[in-house]
Design a binder for this molecule. Structure first.
Ligand SMILES: [Cu+2]
Length: 113
């Protein structure tokens, strides 16, 4: 009976750590300007594999928790570039940037090219 109990406890902890290990918390810069950008960024990351996404209009930092089995960090950067926002890993196309609302035209940094 003790062995069964011990096995169960070990199994429980193993499955817990595996599930926990798949989730990664990260924070990176996303260029943007206003609350409309915040909405666009957070909406773009409302996808499978991303558990949490929040962008701060003042710090321009995006906090993301995602499932590494379902999506990679690079893919997240790519998605943000596709909706027009430069990140340190992925630059938005001129087309995507120009498609943004006038008030969202943030200053592009050359180092992000
Ligand atoms: Cu904006």
């Amino acid at each position: 009976m003790k062995i069964i109990k011990a096995t169960f406890v070990i199994f429980f902890f193993c499955s817990f750590s595996v599930a926990y290990g798949q989730n990664k918390k990260t924070s990176f810069l996303v260029n943007g300007k206003c609350e409309m950008c915040e909405e666009r960024i957070e909406k773009a990351l409302d996808i499978k594999g991303v558990n949490f996404a929040s962008w701060n209009v003042e710090t321009k930092m995006c906090n993301v928790t995602f499932n590494q089995k379902k999506i990679t960090e690079k893919e997240i950067h790519k998605i943000l570039a596709e909706v027009g926002h430069d990140t340190p890993l992925c630059k938005a196309s001129d087309e995507a940037y120009n498609g943004l609302h006038r008030c969202c035209h943030y200053t592009r940094v050359d180092s992000l090219k």
